[in-house]
Design a protein. Sequence first.
Length: 340
Amino acid sequence: MDRSSHARSRRFAPAVALAAAAALTLAGCSSSSGGKKADEESDSGASAGKANTPRMTVALVTHQAPGDTFWDIVRKGAQAAADKDNVKLVYSADPNAGNQANLVQNAIDQKVDGIAVTLAKPDALRSVLDKAEKAGIPVVGLNSGLADWKKLGLMEFFGQDESVAGEALGKRLNEDGAKKAVCVIHEQGNVGLTQRCDGVKKTFEGSIENLYVNGTDMPSVKSTITAKLKQDGDIDHLITLGAPFAMTAVQSVDESGSKAEVATFDLNKELTGAIEKGDIEFAVDQQPYLQGYLAVDGLWLYKNNGNYSGGGEQPVLTGPAFVDKTNVKAVAEFASKGTR
């Protein structure tokens, strides 16, 4: 029996439809509070009830690099679900895959009730995830690892199909008349980032190449992109894979004298302002707040109601969605609160 089959066979509850799990989630956990109307306000201003189920501990372990504000949004969503569900959230992160595996091991040693983990470099986590399964700790995936979550025996996955997102961006470039693009990869070995650029290449009718930069050194990112633009004046589009890198790419365009447009994956409040100003053409949003929220809430639902979002067989997709001048004002309202 393969690992994914084993993981499915040990589940004590029958699979349920995504709609049922979503209904429980959106109901503000009324099933655990006697149907009491939500009377508390979260930090984001959204109304949320408070579960009276037994306190549980969930570890959220990501590959966040220092200074990458994208993960602040993921964590904020996770914390909102934790506050609602009477969950103690323990967050830890390391961009080094071996160190991330050690953080998962720490969570196992602490005997947490559930683990939510990103799979940017899935092979490095295979062994420790096997240990989590043997310890009887349910694990869900989020953000990175859509192609691998079932192979590694995870219960659920919340995120974006990076290949599909890349393909959608490539088609958008065709609509915009782009001819030559550069896809800026800020972390080598991250399968999700590679899948994004590969997806763009699959559908983009112009020419495209990958440019690798050191995402932990923003001045180096800026100088590398600037040098590339000065070297090749035919580049008409820069594709970045995160909001901070898009903002840096705008600076590189200005310094190099290039006329290249900047498009990106992912959002933050600064980037929505740049879209409004026209400095950035568009962004592909995967809704990181929703990923963190659903990961924690999914573990709560499993423990308290035996639910599997997606029936334990299909991922729950949170993107892709385009944000451009036509809709950025509506999105910016939420991005300003740190929830988009």
